[in-house]
Write a protein that binds this ligand. Sequence first.
Ligand SMILES: [Zn+2]
Length: 138
Amino acid sequence: MKLAKEHEHLKDFRRDLFFKLGALLSQEYDLLVLEDLDVRNLVQKGENKKRRMRLYDSSFSELRAVLEWEFRKREKLVLPVPAYNTSRECFLCGRINQSLTLEDRVFHCPHCGFILDRDLNASLVLLKRAGWVPPAVA
Ligand SMILES: [Zn+2]
């Protein structure tokens, strides 16, 4: 009973955090671009049990639903884009870095030499897929 209560408390706490985050982001930004991940597939394909449980526990689908709800409530745009190869695609040249592993925190493009933080590169790839055209660099 005590453990069940703790779980319930944790669930409420997390949901409350998601709503606060959603409100904050949707007030600040006009567009939410997100990876259209198949969460169930990710959870099942997890490399080991620990990772699988972590993915499951992070409640991706609940977070996404709350964020989408907050953005739409304020009549702002939500744009899910294909998640395929987001981390492995080079933002600059668009080619795929096949040798990138989960442990690599920095993206090094073997084709054009582009180097950037892995998550930042993936975020830029998502923006590009959403239709954003980067300003030309002089
Ligand atoms: Zn490249």
